[in-house]
Design a protein around this ligand. Sequence first.
Ligand code: NOJ
Length: 737
Amino acid sequence: MAQMTLAEKIGQLNLMAAGEGLMTGARQPTSLAGRLDTGQVGAIFGTKSLATARAMQERALAGSRLRIPLFFAEDVIHGHRTVFPLNIGLACSWDMDLIAATSRFAAAEAAAEGLHQVYAPMVDISRDARWGRVAEGPGEEPLLAARIAAAAVRGFQGKDPAGKGRVAACLKHFVAYGAPESGRDYDNVSLAWEDLLATYLPPFSAGVEAGAASVMVAFNAVNKLPMHANGPLIEGWLRAGTGFDGLVVSDYTGVAELVAHGLGPAPVAVARAIHAGVDMDMVGEDYLRELPALAKSGVDAPDAGISLTGAQVTALVDRACRRVLDFKQRLGLLDDPFRGMAKTARPPARGRGRALARKAAASAAVLLKNDGVLPLAAETRVALIGPFAADRANMLGTWAVSGRAEDVTPLGEAVTALTGQVPAIAWGANIVDEDWLVQRLNVHGVTVRQDPRPEAEIMAEALATAGQAEVIIAAVGEAKEHAGESSSRLSPDLPAPQRRLIAALAATGKPLVVVLFAGRPLALGAVAEQADALLYAWHGGVAGPEGVADLLFGAANPSGRLAMALPAHPGEVPLSYAHEPTGRPFPGHFAKFRTGWLDMPDDAPRFPFGFGLSYGQVEYGMPQLSRPRALADRPVTLRINVTNSGPCEVVETVQLYASDPVARITRPGRWLIDFQQVTLPPGTSRELRFRVTSDQFSYPIAPSLEGAEWVRDPGLIQLHIGPNSRDTQMAELTWLS
Ligand code: NOJ
């Protein structure tokens, strides 16, 4: 660094898009070649091939006086070329080894393409199914999300992100991006500091603890301060608080967008971002444009609350540049600019990835209902009806930038390959029926094909096809562009034409299995009652339909558990099992005075967090505590017997929740403190032991971020154990101090 000029240092902070059509913000990338030739680029994302990355590296080295290499990044969100199920689906597996394995495979594919960093894992908690990016995330629950964050980081980075087939992880989006007002993507977030600390930040601390080498900042403001200028959270909570010493990157044009947030004109916005700890500026190039003058003359903007001398700005440039170079050093690039980019680099065997993707797809799907119709015998004559019965492209789901539709085996073919039968297939319904919406959904390419025939004709064909079968399988849901970035939905339910299809199929009286391919939890309303069996398959990736076929025909046993609750009605969101208690209804009073909805029946089927069925029969014994009263520094053991009395092996996820009936502030109704996943062969019992420690019950009191204090109270705690967040048994424990 001592040899670097100011311009060279500022160049290192410039993060550019390779520019092959990838654009998620307002600005198109400027000419990359010119920037490379003048040493004005620190890193590039979206190269798409090893040859491109190598060519860019060569050009960057030639254009850099000190031959400082680039690093290459990509959005590898749920797989790379081998697309795994959406992250919300992977979260439903509750299987950390599986999540680590998919991340590891994705890392190996990415590394073989010359990539050094992936913009993953996305660890944004969300309780709002309207928000389209729930597809990319770990769901609604902080403990589950924290474990997922750690597992993904482990999978991507291994012990060393510079290791063979490894990449640097990037935790995103820091922070609370999943809680925007009304579920509208990019919108700002207002929440209690207690919620930020206890719900939205834990996945980030877990990711940092697992060694994540980088973090990406979120577009939104948190409690009025946009994250790209949020020093208290970036330099404060993240760096000083967790000890994170990696690289912080902006999101796409996030620095430039501070101007629109009302934080100042571009020079002030830049000063605020770099001061807040945003080390690299993605795509906007505002650092490149503004920092030279700022470093000379400083900034004095009392209206924006920032005043820095030129020397102070220069010191901030040094700080950010050092972090970029440290990151490159950690990736081994300062020793070898082509590390991991050898022309002979080979991706891992695709067959291995497919097998993992198929297992992941079966593990991600959640069986929500089964009136005995599943599993099907191989010879059961089935009709596959619905817009996803033969679909490929939508199965990839959102943010699968390197996936290819031709890699997907569609459901019909998957059923044939598994059972030998060729099912009758009918289109059944359009995904949506509004033309303007079709156009919006097809903005990134065509995944929503419309059947131009009148609905009555499409439906008549579907019913005739159903008539030939013993069991109807309806393949319905959302298009891949329905969920994802900038794809919030006002009404997260099954689109109307498909609801009409389900109603008509149910009216035939034939056994009806509904398979939902979606990017978010959908409110199912009447569909949940009309179906005899319901399988929530998300967008399952390249082998999604094969995983579904395995489950339908019993080649695999469902084990997925919802990582996010499914509402009964779209108006119920945001929704969480951890909902805080209120004083209503009060005992003995007219039930109208309650927390709930007047216009929704109380027994409307919702599917709670953690819920999922299998083809087995698991019974829970009574939970036993090693002692009912304990000193706070003495762990307690909770034991429980689980017995599989069904005919097949099951994977059971035993979930332990807690509630705190008396605390200093209102606490969540219950919250997850631990879970264990066990495989139970038929007819076997296992005793599980959970270690319960008093720090599992600490919580923040936070009049402000800086004034936050984690406290732990003596007294009664209720422990709830069971197969989901609702159907639990209780044990009581008293902490004596
Ligand atoms: C914007 C998205 O918010 C972020 O998740 C992604 O990594 C970047 N664009 C780069 O594509």
